[in-house]
Design a protein around this ligand. Structure first.
Ligand SMILES: [Zn+2]
Length: 160
C-alpha cells in the first residue's frame, strides 16, 4: 500500500478549533481570493484545501450547512458531481493530472477534519507522487504555492 504522506497537515491537525463552521464563514466573507474559493455555483462552491495532500487538492461544498449525505437535495447532489466533472477537466488541463482520488469523509471516525459540513475531496494524483521523498525524508515537496494554484484554477473556472 502506498501512503500519501502529508506531514505539513500537522499544522491543521494541531490548529485550535475555530468557532463555527469554516466553510459557512468563508462563503459569507465575500473575499474569494483570500479564501481560495475558486468557483461559486448555484448550490455548491469550490474551494482549495489549504492543507493539501497534493497540488491542486480542492473541495466541492454545498452552501447549506449539512453534515449528512442523506440530507443533501437533488440540486446539490447534481451540482456536486457536475462540478467534480468540470474541475477534473480543468485539473487535467492546468496540472496534467494522471488520476484523482475523489471522496467524502463522513463523520469524525472516517477522518473528516470538518465533520459538520459535507464536502467532496478531489486529490490529484500523478504516477510516482508517493515517491521516496515522503518515505525517507518524512517531508514532501509541494512544488506549487497555493496562490499559484488558485490563479491557475480560478482563471479556468471563470470560463465555466
Ligand atoms: Zn457550514
Amino acid at each position: 500500500m502506498n501512503i500519501l504522506w502529508a506531514p505539513w497537515r500537522v499544522k491543521f491537525i494541531r490548529a485550535k478549533k475555530q468557532k463555527g463552521c469554516i466553510f459557512c464563514k468563508k462563503i459569507k466573507e465575500k473575499n474569494d481570493e483570500k479564501n481560495y474559493i475558486i468557483y461559486r455555483g448555484k448550490f455548491c462552491f469550490v474551494i482549495l484545501n489549504i492543507y493539501p495532500y497534493n497540488n491542486g487538492h480542492l473541495m466541492i461544498v454545498p452552501y447549506r450547512h449539512i453534515a449528512n449525505l442523506e440530507d443533501i437535495n437533488s440540486n446539490e447532489f447534481l451540482e456536486l458531481f457536475e462540478l467534480a466533472k468540470k474541475m477534473l477537466k480543468i485539473l487535467k488541463k492546468t496540472h496534467k493530472i494522471e488520476g484523482c482520488n475523489i471522496g467524502l469523509n463522513l463523520g469524525k471516525v472516517s477522518g473528516a477534519g470538518i465533520d459538520n459540513h459535507i464536502h467532496l475531496h478531489l486529490v490529484p494524483r500523478w504516477l510516482g507522487d508517493t515517491n521516496f521523498m515522503p518515505i525517507i525524508g518524512k517531508t514532501k515537496v509541494i512544488s506549487e504555492g497555493l496562490n499559484y494554484t488558485y490563479k491557475l484554477l480560478s482563471k479556468e473556472a471563470k470560463k465555466l
